[in-house]
Design a protein around this ligand. Structure first.
Ligand SMILES: Nc1ncnc2c1ncn2[C@@H]1O[C@H](COP(=O)(O)OP(=O)(O)OP(=O)(O)O)[C@@H](O)[C@H]1O
Length: 367
């Protein structure tokens, strides 16, 4: 029997699932996306809470397989900005799932919780720095995100004292940009179908040009400008009005007034510098993440923001986010295993299989 594509196949509250490692009870739906749904669950062996991300077994695009591969890569470099996967399984004819660390609200919702729908400059820059570090780390182990947006970053839970740490989420649109085992970058494709979210998509993606590392940084800058200013100039357009949004994004580069609108309430000089820098890069460029990071630090110093200034969502406690420095963007190949274990019989598409055969550890040279 073919698995049903409808929502009935998804987990229900209080339903229990067994994997080889443990048993879990579903507590509540946390979020629903294009490719599945995320629920909080209770691990019955010790009553600890986790999140499960589920994907319908009938889904033709196996985004969960990519999620799992990326999160395992992140675990290898011991990043603090990615959830740990602790278990995985499939419920036959219903859904596949991974069990991971439970985290808190995403940055879209946190911005919406503020009085003016924007973060204070201190919070904006601290969140911007953590997100940039997570992007550099993702690139370091060979993946592009291709859907950088506030809903794909969330803070940890207060109960685990991680609510000052930002986690990157949702790797369903990720793509490896290195040729595994060959120690070189993949060649840019002549054309690439639009993926991602219109509002934050880089110009290249909207033009159906194959995207590289610098395009994730362009999206990051739109995201940061949005939460610092309170809204992007093209916010009134629908996701389907791609041409209008594209025109706006192009006009930002040539029209000072639109640029000022985009960077309203932002550290203008530094954000303009970042935009200009990103626009100078191409598909093969290794971005200078440290330069971008320094621009943020410079902006913070110029606005007299202190390292200990609290975050908007925890106003009475001095900032205690992770103390870390930004990497230099040198790509490494990880000795990752086969991603989702075969014992849970995931259907892998040809494209997904490409991600599963990582071998040696090499440094990828600049093209
Ligand atoms: N580990 C987690 N802990 C708590 N909440 C989570 C976790 N992972 C995801 N979420 C919540 O679920 C939402 C959807 O997650 P995610 O983006 O991974 O799913 P998706 O189905 O790929 O979504 P979309 O198609 O909208 O991008 C997130 O915005 C977040 O609020």
């Amino acid at each position: 029997m073919q698995p049903s594509e409808d929502e009935d196949s998804m987990p229900r509250n209080n339903e229990e699932f067994k994997t080889k490692k443990d048993r879990y009870k579903v507590l509540a739906l946390l979020g629903k996306g294009g490719y599945g749904a995320v629920y909080s669950v209770l691990r019955l062996s010790d009553m600890e809470k986790f999140a499960i991300k589920c994907e319908n077994a009938a889904a033709c695009r196996k985004a969960l397989y990519m999620d799992c591969n990326v999160l395992k890569g992140a675990a290898k470099i011991q990043s603090r900005h990615f959830c740990t996967v602790i278990d995985q399984a499939a419920v036959k004819n219903r859904f596949n799932f991974i069990v991971m660390k439970l985290i808190g609200k995403n940055l879209w919702d946190l911005r919406m919780d503020t009085a003016e729908c924007r973060f204070t400059k201190g919070t904006s820059l601290k969140a911007a720095s953590q997100c940039l570090i997570s992007i550099e780390e993702l690139h370091r182990f060979g993946f592009l995100h291709r859907d950088i947006k506030p809903g794909n970053f969330a803070v940890g839970r207060k109960e685990s004292n991680e609510h000052h740490t930002i986690f990157m989420l949702d790797f369903g649109l990720c793509r490896e940009f290195v040729k595994r085992g060959e120690g070189r970058l993949r060649t840019q494709r002549a054309k690439s179908q639009f993926r991602g979210t219109t509002r934050y998509a880089p110009i290249n993606s909207m033009l159906e040009i194959d995207t590289g590392r610098k395009d994730d940084i362009e999206s990051w800058l739109y995201m940061v400008a949005e939460w610092t200013s309170g809204g992007l100039p093209w916010r009134k357009f629908k996701a389907t009005e791609r041409e209008k949004v594209l025109k706006y994004k192009k006009d930002v580069r040539t029209d000072k007034e639109i640029m000022a609108d985009l960077f309203y309430n932002c550290p203008l000089k530094e954000f303009e510098r970042i935009l200009k820098y990103v626009d100078e890069l191409d598909f093969y460029s290794e971005p200078d993440y440290k330069f971008v990071y320094c621009c943020l630090q410079h902006a913070a110093a110029a606005s007299k923001i202190k390292d200990t200034d609290p975050l908007d969502w925890d106003p009475n406690v001095p900032y205690m986010g992770p103390i870390e420095t930004i990497g230099d963007g040198k790509v490494i190949e990880l000795d990752v295993d086969q991603g989702m274990s075969t014992e849970v019989s995931f259907n892998k598409t040809g494209r997904d299989r490409e991600t599963a055969d990582a071998t040696k550890r090499v440094e990828i040279k600049k093209k």
